[in-house]
Ligand binder design. Structure first.
Ligand code: NAD
Ligand code: LMR
Length: 328
């Protein structure tokens, strides 16, 4: 018997990430090749954006995806999020050259108050939310705080792009395939302060730290390369990452919904105090997923350098939270 369709809302649906994301959701790459989906697409009311959205919808129709059970175009989050089971909040201003993601807070924070309230009012009580729009952690925090009737744990921020970037750098450095990496973690904020941590990682079963055996490379090459990858892409393309961001969003939601088989992945999730992070801070943690739920990997030893890195990214998140207090 075929499964009942689930409702997937995507905001910023006519933007560059939207264009790289929707076709993959509709083809079953996110929720499984047996799971029909209804897309609930949100764009700003502006005529140009709505027209662009119409064009994207025409293309989705022209793909004749067997799993695409319906497509809706919206300009109001109160209709776009009605009964939605999954919400991918992508729509927000991207940064340009010379900006940090935190510079977007003033421009984008308000969007997530409005959308958090709309989710609270009309979404499925079990909706799973991924915030991609930057600064992703703090926007996810705002959305969560604006939706008091929904489970806190169902609001998440995208750190998966940092995780995938770190995995790719490690694979290149060790000359091994990226698929062999296990137990990689990225802690904290989706910003240059994030701490990509391969101390426990293995590749093809061998310890990554021993294989690389170069602490200077870790601190002076690996961490800055992963942390500043977004800016490097903006400098090269003139536009922020889109295909890799959409891919990370698919990875995040797929793993959350379908499980990781014990593999560690990174999600930005509200803390319950784990590893000394204050409650509610939307923090990147290593997690495993099973049965539609994520679980923080516990018991990882935190050495002095790691603690310094975690403190730095935490401080940045606390400062960002402080800057949006007036919205909550
Ligand atoms: P884009 O400008 O191409 O598209 C954004 C779209 O969102 C536009 O079509 C715009 O009309 C729409 N939009 C703006 N406000 C909206 C609202 N209130 N409701 C619905 N739609 C709205 O930008 P993009 O390249 O697709 O990037 C989108 C966001 O994702 C940016 O904030 C970017 O910085 C962020 N991003 C995050 C990550 C991550 O790893 N977390 C990675 C890449 C990009
Ligand atoms: C990225 O990491 O590529 C995105 O967050 C976009 C950006 O502004 O860097």
């Amino acid at each position: 018997m075929s499964k009942k369709p689930v409702r997937v809302a995507v905001t910023g649906a006519a933007g560059q990430i939207g264009y790289a994301l929707l076709f993959r959701i509709a083809s079953g790459e996110m929720l499984g090749k047996d799971q029909p989906v209804i897309l609930q697409l949100l764009e700003i009311p502006d005529e140009k954006a709505q027209n662009a959205l119409k064009g994207v919808i025409m293309e989705l129709e022209d793909c004749a995806f067997p799993l695409l059970a319906g497509i809706e175009a919206h300009s109001d989050p109160m209709t776009a999020f009605k009964d939605t089971d999954y919400a991918l909040l992508v729509g927000a201003r991207p940064r340009g050259p010379g900006m940090e993601r935190a510079d977007l807070l003033a421009a984008n924070a308000q969007i997530f108050t409005v959308q958090g309230k709309a989710l609270n009012a009309v979404a499925s009580r079990d909706v799973r939310v991924l915030v991609v729009g930057n600064p992703a952690n703090t926007n996810a925090y705002i959305a969560m705080k604006s939706a008091p009737d929904l489970p806190r744990k169902n609001f998440t921020a995208m750190l998966r792009l940092d995780h995938n970037r770190a995995a790719s750098q490690i694979a290149t450095k060790t000359g091994k395939a990226v698929a062999g990496i296990e137990k990689l973690a990225v802690w904290g904020n989706h910003s240059p302060t994030m701490y990509a941590d391969y101390r426990n990682a293995t590749i093809d079963g061998q310890p990554v730290k021993a294989l690389i055996n170069d602490e200077q490379w870790n601190r002076e090459v690996f961490l800055p390369t992963v942390g500043k990858r977004g800016a490097a892409i903006i400098a090269a393309r003139g536009l922020s990452s889109a295909a890799s961001a959409a891919n990370a969003a698919i990875d995040h939601m797929r793993d959350w919904a379908l499980g990781t088989n014990g593999k560690w992945v990174t999600m930005g999730i509200p803390s319950n105090g784990e590893y000394g992070i204050p409650k509610d801070v939307m923090f990147g943690y290593p997690v495993t997923c099973e049965g539609g739920e994520y679980k923080i990997v516990e018991g990882i030893a935190i050495d002095e350098f790691s603690q310094e890195c975690i403190n730095k990214t935490l401080k940045e998140l606390m400062d960002e939270q402080d800057g949006v207090k007036h919205l909550l």
